[in-house]
Structure formats: structure tokens, C-alpha cells
Write a protein that binds this ligand. Structure first.
Ligand code: SF4
Length: 510
């Protein structure tokens, strides 16, 4: 339960005239009918002890978290696998919340099954619900794969999905339910990005194998690159596929929700939208020539790339999200090195146009101040881009807690000002508290930052996930030179709009 200051104050006092008995629902003196009855009115007292201290009774762990639920990331990753349906082991409300969040960003339907815990399952375990759920899903959806993830409640009571799957097979036979990949995603232990990366890791761990002799002699399979892009937009996934095709480099993109979560209209309803990484391609990952993984903060994390490295000795290249010129250069150069060829002229021209536009817009972006927030690796990529275009990030904030956030920021953006605040484990309340003093010219992050931008009367550049108050969130391009170009144009145009709107004379020509 999050408590407002006034609720805290009422709790502190013992002489409240009200008899409602529940400070948690207190709306304050102005609206309190009980308080208008005769009796002493207690002044609002300042909170004296340190609310930042976890031992303080005023401490609230998070107020409006700058992160989302861990199984949400897992569900999205599972929908990036062909014929896979996400299945949450826990309360039904978790899948409803996650569906609502994904649908409102992607504007596509997504079914997420639930084992539907009730009081009995919360106390005695949800094994029976899990089995019944897996059999029902298999009958109704006929999926190629079930992606099972735990919710907070299932984790809290210690549910072991591996054991439940074993029990199901022993009781009903190996093939009674569709194959199941499972992942542990307690939301109180991480962010949606952690859930996403964990699901990808488990897909590789539980499905990838060293192909038989027939596959091993296939030149195409042996040249294949395993590409783990992280939680990027559908437009980013399509752009990555285009880049690999232009390099003539075979690849397996895992996951790939560019069609399942941003597809065309259907002539007939599809229970599970077509598209996604084929399961056969995930199985063949054991013979990939190399893996490329985006996310500087993943350096010491067990990921799909480390599974391939440890089990099959497949080299792992860990890169930052290719955002901005420098990070994109590293990515394109890596592809050129792998193929032994040149960067296609098309991308050399895109880079050239981007550099040219930076010169055109420099006077509008230079020395502007920004607050950047969101997933850690997205903030690192955005910060690299902002520093390149002359913007000074005043605050870089994330709800993630990798312990490497600031280090990664300064590696990706060496010109990041010394005074820039780099805050991991930050929430929106903390961003809102810090923002006025930082005097940003704009905010850049998800739509969850809108109320702060509105209060400060500065533009919010909507990127990443979720974008709930605009359409096209899934089509925002962040990656490569083309993505940097789109972001740059949006940033500069937002700044120009402010300048124009606040001009006393008004002008139509720059
Ligand atoms: S209870 Fe946990 S898993 Fe369920 S929606 Fe809330 S944070 Fe997510």
C-alpha cells in the first residue's frame, strides 16, 4: 500500500477526530466529514525521520515504479516465438494487467493464459491448476509451444514449474500437453527487462541443441548468427532483419514479434498470430557461428548468449543497443567483420545523411538539457545519442538495478557531463522530485513520464515501452543510423515547436 503524506500524518496523530478507523483511505481534512464534527483539528506535522532509510516507518519501497512487471517481459518474448502461447502460473489478474499493457502499446490482441489461482491454490499449491491449464491450452489453441512463467504469488509460495511439468507428463503422458518452456519471473526480484532476458535464456537453454550430422554439414546453418536484440520495438526488429539481409548474413532473431505484435489485418481470426522465430531455428542455435547480444548492462548476466557460449562454445559479442552514431558504428563494423565484407553503401549513405543533419540542427539542440528514463540499456543508448547531438542529460534514471548503470552510461557516452545524475532503482516519484531543479528542456522516455513533463511544461519525446497515449509505439524506430535519424528529427522538432509556440512574434520560417 502506497501512502500519501497526509495519510502518513493522520497515522502519526492519535487525536484525529475522525472515527473511520482507516488511515489508508483518508482523503485529508478538507474532504473528511468526520473531521468536521467537533473535536481538535491536528496540524499537519512534518515527517522528521529519513524516508529514504528502509528502516524508517515512512519508507515506501517504490512509488510509481520506473519499471514494469517481470512476467510481462517474458510474455512478450514468448509471443516472439512461432506458435507459442504465454501461460502465467498465478492469479488471473496478472495476465489481465499484462494483456492490457501490451495491447494498449502494440494495438494488437494478445492471449495470455493463466492457471488462475484461488485461495486454495495459494495455500496448498497450484499444481492441479497448472496441469489443467496446460491441457486446456493445448486443446483450445493447439500451440507449438507453451511459454510458462511464474507470477509473484506462485514464486512466493515456492512453486517449481520444472517439477509441475514433470508431474504432468508422468500423469498424462509425454504428449498430452504441448511442449513447455518455463521461466521463473518473480516481479519483486526484477524488471520487465529481466523477465524478457530470462525467457530468452530459457528458450535457448531448454530448446537449443547441437544439430545432427546432416545439419552440421550445412553451410547455411554454420554461418548463422544468433541475434538477441532485447526488448526493442517491432520496427527495430524489422530493421535488424533488413540489415542482416543486406549483409547477406544468415541469422536467427530471437525473439521476433515484429509480425505477431504488429501484423497486417486478417481475413479470419487467428488465435495465435502468425510470425515469430521458428522453433526449429531455435533448436538449431547450437550450431550458430556466433551470437550478437544487445545490452551493455548484461555483461555478467546469464543470457541466451552465455548459454550458447557455455554449452556449445559459440562466441558471444555483447554490444550496446545500436543507438546513435558510435554505437551503430560498432554494430555495423561487427557485421562487416563477421562477413569479411564492406558495410553496404545504403547504410554508409544513411550514416552520411545523419551526420549532415546533425550539422543542420546543431544550433537548436546544443546545450539543451534532458531527463532520460526507462530500461537501463535503452537509457544508455539514448544517452549516447543525446551526447552526440550536443544535449546534456541532466538525469539518467531507471528502475533497473544492474549495478552497472553509471559505468555503462559513461562507457557509451564518454562526454557525459560529470554532474549528470545517473540513478538506478529510481521511481517516477523520485524523478518528479528531482526534475524542477534540473530544469530540463525535454524529457525522453515512455509515456509514463507524461505527468512530469506536463507539470514542467516541457515536451516528452515518447520512446521505448510503454507508449499508451499515442498510436504507433510499436513502430518507433530506435536502432541503427535510420533510428538515430528519426529520433534526432523528433527531438529537434519538439524543441523548435516550443520555441515557436512561446515566441512573442510568431514566425513561419527558420
Ligand atoms: S502480482 Fe506480480 S506478477 Fe502479478 S501483475 Fe503484479 S507485479 Fe506482475
Amino acid at each position: 500500500m502506497l501512502k500519501t503524506d497526509i495519510q502518513e500524518t493522520w497515522q502519526e496523530t492519535t487525536s484525529c477526530p475522525a472515527t473511520c478507523g482507516s488511515p489508508a483511505v483518508c482523503q485529508g481534512l478538507d474532504s473528511c466529514r468526520a473531521a468536521s464534527r467537533p473535536g481538535p483539528i491536528v496540524p499537519v506535522l512534518p515527517v522528521e525521520d529519513d524516508a529514504e532509510d528502509p528502516q524508517s516507518k515512512h519508507f515506501t519501497s517504490t512509488r510509481n515504479a520506473c519499471k514494469l512487471c517481470t512476467p510481462l517481459g517474458a510474455c512478450l518474448a514468448f509471443r516472439g516465438v512461432e506458435g507459442c502461447i504465454p501461460f502465467l502460473h498465478g492469479s488471473q489478474g496478472c495476465s489481465t494487467y499484462i494483456r492490457r499493457y501490451l495491447i494498449s502499446h502494440f494495438r494488437e490482441p494478445i492471449d495470455i493464459a493463466s492457471s488462475n489461482f484461488h485461495e486454495e491454490s495459494a495455500i496448498f499449491g497450484g499444481g492441479r491448476n497448472f496441469t489443467q491449464g496446460a491441457l486446456n491450452i493445448t486443446r483450445q489453441y493447439q500451440p507449438q509451444l507453451i511459454g510458462a512463467a511464474t507470477t509473484c504469488l506462485a514464486e512466493t509460495i515456492g512453486e517449481d514449474l520444472g517439477q509441475l511439468i514433470q508431474d504432468l507428463k508422468e500423469k498424462h503422458g509425454e504428449t498430452a500437453a504441448a511442449p513447455i518452456v518455463h521461466v521463473s519471473t518473480a516481479s519483486y526480484r526484477g524488471t520487465h527487462m529481466d523477465g524478457f532476458h530470462s525467457a530468452v535464456r530459457e528458450l535457448v537453454e531448454q530448446l537449443a541443441e547441437k544439430p545432427d550430422g546432416e545439419h552440421r554439414t550445412s553451410n547455411e546453418v554454420n554461418r548463422r548468427v544468433a541475434l538477441f536484440p532485447g526488448m526493442v520495438s517491432a520496427a527495430d526488429l524489422r530493421h535488424l532483419k533488413e540489415i542482416f539481409s543486406d549483409f547477406n548474413l544468415p541469422f536467427t532473431l530471437l525473439p521476433d514479434y515484429s509480425e505477431t505484435m504488429d501484423g497486417a489485418t486478417w481475413s479470419e481470426y487467428e488465435k495465435l498470430q502468425s510470425g515469430g522465430t521458428p522453433i526449429v531455428a531455435i533448436r538449431a542455435l547450437g550450431s550458430a557461428q556466433t551470437s550478437i547480444e544487445f545490452g551493455r548492462t548484461l555483461a555478467d548476466t546469464e543470457t541466451g548468449g552465455t548459454v550458447l557460449q557455455n554449452k556449445y562454445a559459440i562466441p558471444r559479442r555483447l554490444l550496446g543497443l545500436p543507438m546513435g552514431i558510435r554505437e551503430s558504428d560498432i554494430f555495423f563494423n561487427a557485421l562487416a567483420e563477421i562477413t569479411g565484407g564492406e558495410i553496404p553503401v545504403k547504410y554508409q549513405r544513411e550514416r552520411g545523411r545523419l551526420v549532415d543533419s546533425l550539422i543542420d540542427g546543431h544550433k537548436y539542440a546544443f546545450e539543451k538539457r534532458a531527463i532520460v528514463f526507462g530500461e537501463e540499456d535503452l537509457v544508455v543508448g539514448l544517452t549516447a545519442l543525446l551526447c552526440e547531438i550536443g544535449v546534456a542529460p541532466a538525469l539518467c534514471a531507471s528502475g533497473g538495478r544492474s549495478g552497472k548503470f553509471e559505468k555503462c552510461l559513461r562507457e557509451a557516452a564518454p562526454e557525459l557531463p560529470e554532474e549528470t545524475l545517473a540513478k538506478e532503482g529510481f521511481d517516477f516519484a523520485e524523478i518528479a522530485e528531482a526534475a524542477p531543479e534540473l530544469k530540463p528542456d525535454f524529457l525522453i522516455g515512455s509515456s509514463k513520464g507524461y505527468s512530469i513533463a506536463r507539470r514542467l511544461n516541457v515536451p516528452l519525446i515518447r520512446v521505448g515501452f510503454p507508449i499508451h497515449d499515442r498510436i504507433g509505439g510499436q513502430r518507433v524506430l530506435h536502432l541503427g543510423y535510420r533510428g538515430a535519424q528519426e529520433l534526432y528529427d523528433r527531438i529537434v522538432n519538439a524543441l523548435l515547436e516550443v520555441k515557436q509556440e512561446t515566441s512573442t512574434v510568431g514566425y513561419t520560417y527558420l
